[in-house]
Design a protein around this ligand. Structure first.
Ligand code: HEM
Length: 232
């Protein structure tokens, strides 16, 4: 793993952590929320600069199932992130307040709705890169290849995390949030900080697991049909 690749991985990890932290609005308060969110958007710009090659190949490979799957997820994420940035600027009370844009209840509701969609889609996006991330980690730790026992143990762990993630979808009440019914619920963060982080991390992991294994299944489908090489 090159130092630049490690640096990019650290920036991406930081971006995911900031995304998670932005959901603790009632915990940190408005000003911190806006600064955390803005910092995440800055990291997002660097992520896009480092991965600018994707824009050159996005129109290619739309016949191959794996490529369709990953490009659709990444395009959805791009659209949602743009929506999150726009609504953030509109409803800002601190960082972009100087722009004096008129906020509204519906803009704030859309902001929260898009935020939860971003959480789910960004996690799917992370899952797309999981094999590559694991390869890099193995290389850094100088582990040749997982043994059969390690593979079984990791799959078992992924299964347990996925179950906890499904349960967390109900505990966090994600359904009503996506229907904009209770987008601005006020949770007791003092009482449940650790649980808040664990639940959101489990939801991120669940979506990442779904996309990682879907991509693997689509790979099997491709191999069965003997199709040529893939593009991400
Ligand atoms: C990582 C990016 C972001 C995410 C995931 C996010 C997510 C959210 C969520 C989920 C809420 C609802 C909080 C609740 O439970 O009550 C919220 C509220 C809010 N966000 Fe963000 N946000 C992000 C970035 C930003 C940025 C950059 C700004 C402004 C510069 C901003 C401004 C606001 C404001 C003003 C509210 C409160 C709306 C109200 O008055 O009811 N957000 N955000």
């Amino acid at each position: 793993m090159t130092p630049l690749f490690l640096f990019r991985l650290i920036l991406d990890l930081l971006a995911v952590s900031l995304l998670l932290a932005a959901f603790a609005y009632n915990w940190f308060g408005n000003a911190a929320h806006e600064i955390i969110g803005t910092a995440m958007f800055v990291l997002l710009i660097s992520h896009n600069v480092f991965n600018r090659r994707w824009y050159g190949v996005v129109t290619k490979g739309w016949r191959e199932p794996r490529s369709i799957f990953s490009k659709t997820i990444t395009l959805c994420l791009l659209v949602m992130m743009v929506g999150l940035i726009i609504t953030s600027v509109i409803i800002s009370q601190t960082v972009f307040d100087f722009l004096s844009l008129r906020s509204s209840f519906i803009a704030r509701q859309i902001h929260a709705l898009i935020a939860y969609l971003v959480l789910l889609i960004a996690a799917l996006h992370v899952g797309l890169q999981w094999s590559m991330i694991m390869r890099a980690v193995r290389q850094a730790l100088q582990v040749e290849k997982n043994t059969r026992i390690q593979t079984v143990a990791m799959r078992g762990m992924a299964f347990l995390i996925a179950i906890y993630g499904i349960h967390s979808l109900f505990v966090i009440d994600i359904g009503p949030k996506l229907r904009m019914e209770t987008a601005f619920s006020f949770r007791d963060f003092e009482a449940a900080r650790a649980e808040f982080i664990l639940r959101h991390a489990a939801i991120i992991s669940l979506c990442a697991i779904i996309s990682h294994y879907s991509l693997k299944l689509l790979g099997l489908y491709r191999r069965d049909r003997g199709a040529p090489g893939i593009t991400r």
